[in-house]
Design a protein around this ligand. Structure first.
Ligand code: GAR
Length: 203
């Protein structure tokens, strides 16, 4: 069994995950990138890192369920157990959630439950918080509402803007996400309700 990363954009977290997995020789490796945007920078990174990628455009399908059924078929074909959302800018729907319950993780650029959804860094700046941060959590039906696995704080300085704060947040993300995934693969983090880790995707 192995890991798929889902991403929509630049892909710096994807690259950090792949590099760490190779350096540390994880028990399950990243063998697939799923991308929902043709032309996204993450696809160039996948090519350079020699990770197979698949592009699915939701607009090509009659419904979200049809889109996700196609994605799920590929995940099954490739023996994927874990799904890591890394800048995947859409909600996971019921087809994937039900088939992959507690096998989907997400990284979010705030200390959840603060600043859920899009533009979390801008939201933190607009609110004027002194501290924001990074959260890795399980994915459920809500927007950034699933059980929290780990978090790290990031200090907001008075002269920070979206770019400078994003840089600090991403530096933290690139360490936290691989660390959490490694813990998951080595049994130091368990899925909620304990029904994800030991089972294959087909269950
Ligand atoms: C990351 O900062 C991630 O936390 C955020 O998108 C960025 C993707 O960057 N995700 C969300 O905002 C999800 N709500 P990357 O493409 O360079 O990894």
């Amino acid at each position: 069994m192995s890991i798929a990363v889902f991403a929509s954009g630049n892909g710096s977290n994807f690259e950090a995950l792949v590099e760490r997995s190779k350096r540390q020789g994880w028990p399950e490796m990243i063998t697939l990138l799923v991308c929902d945007r043709p032309g996204a920078g993450v696809l160039d990174r996948a090519k350079r890192l020699e990770i197979p990628s698949a592009v699915f455009q939701p607009a090509d399908y009659a419904s979200k369920a049809e889109y996700e059924k196609e994605v799920l078929a590929l995940l099954r074909e490739r023996g994927i157990r874990w799904i890591l959302l890394a800048g995947y800018m859409r909600m996971v729907g019921s087809v994937l959630l039900e088939a992959c319950r507690w096998r989907i993780l997400n990284i979010h650029p705030s200390l959840l439950p603060a600043f859920q959804g899009k533009n979390a860094i801008q939201q933190a700046l607009d609110y004027g918080v002194r501290w924001t941060g990074v959260t890795v959590h399980w994915v459920d039906e809500g927007i950034d509402t699933g059980p929290i696995i780990d978090q790290k704080p990031v200090l907001v300085e008075p002269d920070d803007n979206v770019e400078s704060l994003q840089k600090k947040i991403q530096f933290v993300e690139h360490n936290l996400y691989p660390a959490v995934v490694r813990k998951l693969l080595t049994g130091q983090v368990s899925p909620p309700e304990g029904d994800g880790g030991g089972k294959g995707e087909q269950d």
